[in-house]
Design a protein. Structure first.
Length: 329
C-alpha cells in the first residue's frame, strides 16, 4: 500500500469512527511491508486521531519474520498479534512451509517465544483442515502445555475455482462436528476453563444476553470492511470480488462508501438466503451463520455440525452461564 492510500485510509476512517478506531493488518503476510511502514501507520493514527479517540491495532502473522525489534514496537504501541499455528510440528508443517518446501514450525515457535519475552499480547489462530480436524484433544493439549491460552479455530471450507467442488484439504461436516464436541469436552474442565476459545466464549456471551463479538453470529454482516493495497474497498475479506466492490477510497470518501446500497445489500444478505434456518431452534446463536460457508443453494454447509454441537454442549453452557453470573455478582 503506497503512502497516499495509507494516509487516505487512516485519516478517512478515523474521522468517521469518532469514539474508537480498530485496524486489522493482514495479507498475505503483513510483516513483509517492513517495520517502517507500521511506524508510519502509528504516526498517521496519532496525527489524524480525534480528541480522546481510542485506537487499536491487530496484526495477523505467520511469525516467520518476528524479531526483537518488531516485538518492542508491538509492545510500545500495544498491538495485539495473532499468530497462525496449526498445532505440533507435523500438523503445522503439513500445509505451512516456505518456498524451499521446508516446514515453518520452528521459526513460528521462535517468533512466539520472542513475543512472550517482550510481553506482547498475542493469540493463536488454528485452521481446522482435513488433518487438524481429527486431533482436537491433541491440539488443545499442545497449546496448553506451551502456555498458549488465547485460541481461535477457523474451519477451512474452500472450493476449487474451476469445478466448484470442496477441496480435499477442507474439513468435512462430520469431522467438524466431532472436532467441536471433543474440543469442548477437554476445554470445559468441570465448568472452569483455563483457556479462552473465541467461538465458545461468543456462544456463552449470547446465552448471557450479550451481543457476540464475531461477525458470523451477528444479525447482519458489516462489522468491518476491507481495504486492498490500491484503495479498493469491499464489505468482507471472504468476498473480495468485483460484484461486491464498494468503490475506491482515493475517489470516494469513507463516509460515502459506508452508505453504498451494495454494502447494505451485502449486510442484509446474511438474513435472506438460508430459509431452513428460520425454523431452527439454534438460530438465536448463529443467525444464519457466515455467508462464506453457504452452498450455491444458500444453505450453510456447516449447519449440521453446529446444530449437533449446540445440542451436545447446551447443558454445560448453562452451567458456565451460572458460574459467570456468580463470579460477576
Amino acid at each position: 500500500m503506497d503512502d497516499r492510500t495509507l494516509r487516505a485510509m487512516i485519516s478517512g476512517y478515523m474521522k468517521s469512527a469518532v469514539k474508537g478506531a480498530s485496524f486489522g493488518w493482514q495479507g498475505g503476510e503483513p510483516l513483509l511491508a517492513g517495520i517502517d511502514f507500521f511506524k508510519k501507520v502509528v504516526a498517521y493514527q496519532q496525527s489524524y486521531g480525534l480528541s480522546a479517540q481510542l485506537v487499536s491495532n491487530n496484526l495477523q502473522t505467520n511469525g516467520l519474520l518476528l524479531n526483537e525489534e518488531w516485538a518492542r514496537f508491538f509492545r510500545q504501541y500495544r498491538f495485539f498479534i495473532g499468530v497462525s499455528l496449526d498445532g505440533p510440528e507435523e500438523d503445522h508443517n503439513r500445509y505451512r512451509y516456505s518456498a524451499n518446501e521446508k516446514g515453518c514450525f520452528q521459526r513460528t515457535m521462535e517468533g512466539l517465544r520472542i513475543l512472550r519475552d517482550q510481553q506482547v499480547e498475542f493469540g493463536i489462530l488454528t485452521v481446522v483442515n482435513d488433518v487438524t480436524a481429527k486431533k482436537p484433544a491433541e491440539l488443545y493439549d499442545f497449546f496448553i502445555r506451551n502456555g498458549f491460552s488465547r485460541l481461535q479455530f477457523i474451519p477451512c471450507v474452500e472450493r476449487d475455482a474451476r469445478t466448484g467442488e470442496v477441496t480435499d484439504y477442507s474439513v468435512t461436516v462430520e469431522d467438524y462436528r466431532d472436532f467441536l464436541c471433543i474440543l469442548f469436552d477437554v476445554w470445559y474442565n468441570n465448568g472452569q476453563p483455563v483457556a479462552s476459545i473465541r467461538l465458545f466464549e461468543n456462544i456463552l456471551a449470547i446465552k448471557m444476553g450479550v451481543e457476540p463479538e464475531i461477525c458470523a453470529f451477528k444479525n447482519r454482516c458489516g462489522s468491518y470492511w476491507v481495504v486492498e493495497y490500491n484503495g479498493d474497498v469491499y464489505p468482507c475479506d471472504f468476498f473480495v470480488e468485483e460484484q461486491w466492490m464498494l468503490g475506491n477510497l482515493l475517489e470516494t470518501s469513507i463516509r460515502d462508501l459506508m452508505k453504498k446500497r451494495r454494502r447494505r445489500n451485502f449486510n442484509n444478505r446474511k438474513m435472506e438466503q438460508s430459509s431452513g434456518c428460520k425454523a431452527c431452534e439454534w438460530n438465536f446463536i448463529c443467525h444464519f451463520g457466515c455467508q462464506h460457508y453457504r452452498s450455491a443453494l444458500g444453505e450453510n454447509v456447516l449447519c449440521e455440525a453446529y446444530r449437533e454441537f449446540f445440542r451436545y454442549s447446551g447443558r454445560r453452557f448453562e452451567v458456565l452461564k451460572e458460574n459467570n453470573r456468580e463470579w460477576h455478582s
